[in-house]
Ligand binder design. Structure first.
Ligand SMILES: Nc1ncnc2c1ncn2[C@@H]1O[C@H](COP(=O)(O)OP(=O)(O)OP(=O)(O)O)[C@@H](O)[C@H]1O
Length: 250
């Protein structure tokens, strides 16, 4: 898998001051793979994901996206290279992060307009088809404050898809939602998985990890302790820490 991995992380380290949050993290993700990252609160899952999207800068290690290095042995490239690499990834956050002063449609259209990636007409038609894809074709003119949490998160997913990412990163996308609204978001994510989108999903949603992920990675104290298919990880976890965590959450 080394050569065809779409994401390759090698010896990634990240500290906040004296707090070592990621300790020598290495993993590879294959194209179209759906990986769920699970683990206790504070174990470094968000930091790992945010580092991939360059929302945090690591202190050491390398991150390769496709054939390009976002960071090599802790050193970042200069110029527009970073933006070019991170534009291949879309990210969805726990708290949606929509622009409150923009309509749903304007939220979708902002980044591609700024990046001048498509013509105005293409942007409009892409926004319409993505709103339809997430079941919100009638909400284009509405402001985020008038949407439910589940609807906001579906807008956030559509917005991330506007730039035609090759990889989608989800940071606990359903954690801020009322339980009855998680289903509609997970449904959209399942559809993306079915369409062969490469996805890394940090989640507390064990049913999603079990049913949709190709692979589940268990993180604790800034390290990946164990990784396997959902059957392996949930059925016969090998490490005591994985067992203890699953006993607590299942
Ligand atoms: N910007 C920051 N500055 C200082 N410390 C931080 C920062 N971001 C995260 N941390 C700390 O890093 C550790 C890991 O946080 P992180 O959010 O990555 O964990 P997590 O596994 O995603 O947790 P959760 O499941 O609760 O979201 C925590 O101790 C957190 O307080």
């Amino acid at each position: 898998m080394t050569n065809n991995a779409i994401i390759e992380v090698t010896n990634m380290r990240k500290s906040f001051g004296k707090l070592e949050v990621l300790k020598d993290v290495s993993f590879r993700i294959a194209p179209s793979e759906v990986v769920a990252v699970i683990g206790p609160s504070g174990s470094g899952k968000s930091t790992m994901l945010r580092s991939l999207a360059h929302l945090e800068e690591v202190n050491g290690g390398s991150i390769r996206i496709g054939n390009e290095e976002l960071v090599h042995n802790g050193v970042y490239p200069s110029g527009g290279k970073i933006k070019e690499i991170t534009s291949r990834m879309g990210m969805v956050f726990q708290h949606f992060n929509l622009f409150p002063h923009l309509t749903v449609r304007a939220n979708l259209e902002l980044a591609p307009k700024l990046m001048k990636k498509y013509s105005a007409e293409e942007i409009r038609s892409k926004a319409s088809s993505l709103l339809e894809k997430v079941g919100l074709q009638d909400k284009g003119d509405v402001y985020p404050s008038n949407l439910s949490g589940g609807q906001k998160q579906r807008v956030a997913i559509a917005r991330a898809l506007m730039m035609s990412p090759e990889i989608m990163l989800f940071d606990e996308p359903t954690s801020a939602l009322d339980p009855e609204l998680t289903g509609e978001v997970l449904q959209v994510m399942r559809q993306l998985a079915d369409e062969q989108m490469t996805m890394i999903v940090v989640t507390h949603e064990m049913s999603f990890a079990r049913e949709v992920a190709d692979r589940v990675m268990f993180m604790a104290d800034g390290e990946f302790i164990e990784s396997g298919t959902p059957e392996q990880l949930f059925g016969s976890p090998q490490h005591e820490r994985t067992k203890a965590f699953l006993n607590r959450v299942l």
